[in-house]
Design a binder for this molecule. Structure first.
Ligand SMILES: Nc1ncnc2c1ncn2[C@@H]1O[C@H](COP(=O)(O)OP(=O)(O)O)[C@@H](O)[C@H]1O
Ligand SMILES: [Mg+2]
Length: 901
């Protein structure tokens, strides 16, 4: 038996139990019994005196009062009180009952109303009070005969009788023994029969004990989970003693249909009764548990809803308290005011009013409400009527441009010209300005400067990676999370309808299956169309004619021709070291100092220090890395000071090395050529000019030409042309004319150049090949650019200025270039020009004469035919170097001979 802590035997209280099903009694009756239950405080009262408060259950004559009362009474008696009348076959009056069964040892209150039964009670109360109680098979029968009664009943003693006002009586009976109805002796004036006791098969073996324990345990469980059964019921069950009595106690407590109860009464075997009851209780427990679960879930859902309801009510109350009143109304009033203030054009105003009316019909909580409100906010926020006045005083513009930018004289001139036209013709259809050049050359900052000079708002929108038309023109409002495109967003950010709008990186505009953003951009920039620019989200026209668009690009090749046509291109080609030094001194250092709040430290960088940064830590046309490294220098020094150190406040070249670490660029390294087969070319890239090394090598094979590196189609053609030239002029060049029969060639261009740049590597490729095949090295410090024709002519190429600047940066002294490009040299800043030698050429043999070292002194087999042409170089090498040592010569010659051979 589970060790349930023994509780003090409390006064039984009224319980409404799940086990009870006698609902026939009315509420009044129940409450009365409840009271009576409470009143049965002492066993003394319970013993025999009839409590006046017990009133009859009204409807059901001869039926039981609720189970609670029975329990109450049962527990009021000690088992001794219930000592049985010795039982032998005897004749007794029979009380038929309708809706229940009386068990031995049980005490049952009954309400009696039938005429015969009242007479019976009258008689027995005067005598020994012993009766036999039999249940009716059919409760509807008024005057039951022997066939209407079950044949097994209970011998009982009437403990009390109370007369009720309505002629009925209420009695309390106690069962004493099972009896069998042997024969009915009389039907009138009431039933009487001969009954014989039934002795139960009570066994006291282990199984019975176990079954009894199990029954109590099960019962205990029910009591624990059911809030309606009193714990006293368990105590009472445990006190029943013999298993037979326990079963009868339990059977009379349980809520069971009469036939089942009767069945239990008729069971002679105690074990069988125990088994049946165990089954019934297990079932009951499940029912109770399930009932609880159901109640629980019902309660939870009710709680949830109640909580929400309460919170909403509170929220409303709070809003009312705060004077927020009706939220929808408040928001609508607010937007209405904003619409009034926005000074929209009539057409837009109509759309706004229409949307507002729609909004007013929606609940605030609706998702649609937010969508509509956001749209209206966009309409209100657009600067329909806000504009700045242009300050077209060109002197002022010049002053501002000079303040912000060092040098760039030609570019500033162009900008001023551009603005001058605007000054005289306000609505002039001036083309869109486009600043093209390598990164960090001041394109964006020039735009900002112009905006500042004119007194316009400045907005910048990068088009880099824009691949979707919708990014320019917005998504339709029907899309979830739709927004206006870049243009409208930019205008709102500017807060003025005539800002200077910089469209950065037009060359990075992507173009794929998402739609063509460049055509949308075309519309933005087209003065014929942009007076009524339609953004998909805004869905009303916005006038862009007052916006001043400036675009920027690194290079113009990828820009669609239609777009390029619309733009006036101003090229920025990068700065010389001297310019960079001045810009660093005048602009970058003061600005970085200011931005980092380092003025107090009075840090300085010497010219040598700046040049060291330019040469060894940045390899660029623009100023990006220079700006970054200068900031690093200043910040690192400031950090050291903050940490309590005392680093030098003036940063010289040596200190630069200490602060920035190992050099990232080493001029000599990049331009040192020390094997035959390598030559320096000059390339143009979107990031400025670049020096690149062309390398050629060969191996045994037959007639193969492999090209690797960054090569476009044009570059392959150049290489093929160069090779054809070499083969057709082999003898003159001192090369075995049959070399190609048994040789594979491999040419590699390591550094990046854009495909367009292909032809300009022609003479470099050719030089590298001849160098390889003759074993003559290229002289140091020479770089070249130029296209080669099949017949050995050198043709003009582009990007000369950037290329020369790059060569200068790399420390190249001599640049070989096509004679046709000679005039481009004038574009190059004078300070660069004075430090370099330019060698304009028409023919490739001139190039070879200038670039290649003199032929080795030792005669070689095939050299005799070529000696002629090598003997008359068209010009002397501008920077001749000493002849290679004999060991080198030997090995080169050996290689040169072996290869072609
Ligand atoms: N001529 C110049 N004078 C002074 N500062 C310059 C000059 N050119 C560029 N800068 C500065 O160099 C930095 C990079 O310029 P930026 O306009 O961002 O280059 P880009 O847009 O061409 O990539 C900016 O801080 C800019 O102010
Ligand atoms: Mg920029």
């Amino acid at each position: 038996m589970p060790a349930k802590p023994k509780r003090p035997q409390r006064k039984p209280r009224r319980t409404k139990t799940a086990v009870s099903r006698r609902r026939g009694t009315t509420a009044r009756a129940r409450s009365t019994t409840a009271r009576s239950g409470k009143r049965r405080a002492t066993p003394a009262v319970a013993k025999s005196r009839v409590p006046a408060v017990i009133t009859a259950p009204q409807a059901d004559a001869e039926s039981a009062v609720p189970f609670e009362t029975a329990l109450t009474l049962a527990t009021d008696h000690s088992p001794d009180d219930l000592e049985l009348t010795p039982v032998a076959p005897r004749t007794v009056p029979v009380l038929p009952i309708r809706h229940t069964v009386l068990f031995p040892f049980a005490i049952l209150p009954l309400s009696v109303g039938r005429e015969k039964n009242l007479r019976l009670l009258n008689d027995v109360m005067a005598g020994d009070r012993v009766i036999a109680v039999f249940a009716q098979r059919d409760p509807g029968v008024e005057d039951p005969g022997p066939a209407d009664l079950y044949s097994v009943g209970t011998l009982a003693v009437v403990l009390r009788m109370v007369k009720l006002p309505d002629q009925r009586v209420s009695i309390l009976v106690r069962g004493t023994a099972r009896v069998h109805l042997d024969s009915l002796l009389q039907r009138d004036p009431y039933l009487a029969a001969r009954v014989a006791p039934i002795s139960e098969a009570d066994s006291s073996d282990l199984e019975t004990e176990a079954l009894a324990n199990a029954l109590i345990t099960e019962f205990e469980r029910i009591v624990t989970i059911s809030q309606s059964l009193p714990v006293e019921a368990v105590v009472a069950a445990k006190n029943q003693g013999a298993p037979g009595r326990l079963t009868d106690f339990m059977a009379s407590l349980l809520e069971l249909p009469t036939p089942e109860k009767q069945n239990l009464l008729e069971m002679v075997s105690v074990k069988e009764r125990l088994r049946t009851l165990n089954g019934v209780l297990a079932h009951q427990r499940q029912v109770v548990e399930m009932g609880q679960q159901i109640q629980e879930s019902v309660r939870e859902s009710i709680d949830e809803r109640q909580k929400e309801f309460l919170l909403r009510q509170q929220l409303e109350a709070i809003q009312k308290e705060l004077g927020e009143g009706d939220e929808t109304q408040r928001q609508i009033t607010e937007i209405k005011e904003r619409i009034e203030k926005a000074q929209m054009p009539a057409e837009v105003r109509r759309e706004a009013d229409r949307e507002l009316a729609r909004l007013a019909r929606m609940p605030v909580q609706a998702a649609e409400f937010t969508v509509a409100r956001t749209y209206l906010e966009w309409l209100c926020d657009m600067p329909w009527a806000v504009a700045t006045d242009d300050n077209l005083d060109l002197k002022n513009v010049r002053k501002v441009l000079d303040e912000d930018h060092y040098g760039l004289d030609k570019i500033k001139e162009r900008i001023l010209e551009f603005l001058a036209v605007r000054r005289y013709k306000k609505d002039a259809r001036t083309p869109i300005l486009c600043f093209a050049g390598p990164p960090g050359t001041g394109k964006t900052s020039l735009g900002m400067s112009i905006a500042r000079a004119l007194g316009r708002k400045f907005v910048r929108q990068s088009l880099g990676g824009v691949r979707d038309e919708a990014e320019i023109r917005g998504h339709r409002r029907t899309y979830i999370g739709a927004l206006p495109g870049n243009i409208i967003r930019g205008i709102r950010r500017a807060g003025s309808r005539n800002p200077l709008f910089m469209l950065d990186e037009v060359d990075k505009l992507a173009n794929d299956y998402h739609g063509d953003p460049s055509s949308a951009l075309l519309e933005v920039l087209d003065p014929e169309q942009n007076h009524a620019f339609m953004d998909h989200y805004l869905d009303v026209p916005f006038d862009l004619t007052q916006v001043m668009f400036i675009t920027t690009a690194n290079y113009l090749d990828p820009v669609p021709p239609a777009l390029r046509d619309r733009m006036e291109v101003i090229e920025l080609s990068g700065y010389t070291d001297r310019e960079k030094l001045s810009i660093a001194r005048l602009h970058i250092i003061p600005r970085v100092t200011r931005e980092n709040g380092l003025e107090v430290l009075k840090l300085q960088i010497t010219d040598d220090g700046i040049l060291k940064v330019i040469h060894s830590y940045t390899g660029e046309a623009g100023l990006r890395n220079l700006t970054r490294e200068i900031a690093n220098l200043l910040r690192r020094t400031a950090k050291l000071i903050a940490e309590g150190g005392s680093p030098p406040l003036t940063i010289d070249a040596e200190r630069v090395r200490e602060l920035l670490g190992p050099e990232k660029f080493q001029l000599e390294q990049a331009t040192r050529i020390d094997t035959p087969g390598a030559a320096l070319g000059l390339a143009w890239t979107p990031f400025g000019g670049e020096v690149l090394t062309v390398e050629a090598t060969y191996m045994p094979g037959s007639k193969g030409l492999t090209l690797t590196g960054q090569l476009g189609e044009v570059m392959r053609e150049s290489a093929a042309a160069a090779l054809s030239y070499v083969r057709s002029n082999a003898v003159a060049l001192g090369i075995d004319p049959t070399f190609y029969e048994s040789t594979d060639l491999h040419v590699h261009l390591p550094a990046a150049a854009i495909p367009k740049d292909g032809p300009s590597a022609g003479i470099t490729l050719c030089t590298a090949l001849v160098s390889l095949l003759t074993g003559r090295k290229v002289r140091p410090s020479i770089a070249m650019t130029g296209e080669i024709s099949l017949l050995g002519r050198v043709l003009a190429v582009g990007g000369l200025k950037e290329k020369i600047l790059a060569a200068h940066r790399a420390g190249i002294k001599t640049v070989i270039l096509p004679a046709e490009n000679q005039r481009d040299i004038e574009e190059v800043p004078i300070e660069v020009r004075t430090h370099m030698i330019f060698a304009p050429v028409d023919r490739i043999d001139q190039v070879l004469g200038l670039a290649l070292e003199d032929p080795p002194p030792a005669p070689i087999e095939v050299a005799s035919a070529g000696e002629e042409s090598q003997g008359d170089p068209r010009g002397p090498g501008p920077d001749p170097t000493p002849a290679p040592t004999s060991i080198e010569t030997e090995s080169i010659v050996a290689r040169g001979r072996k290869g072609p051979g």
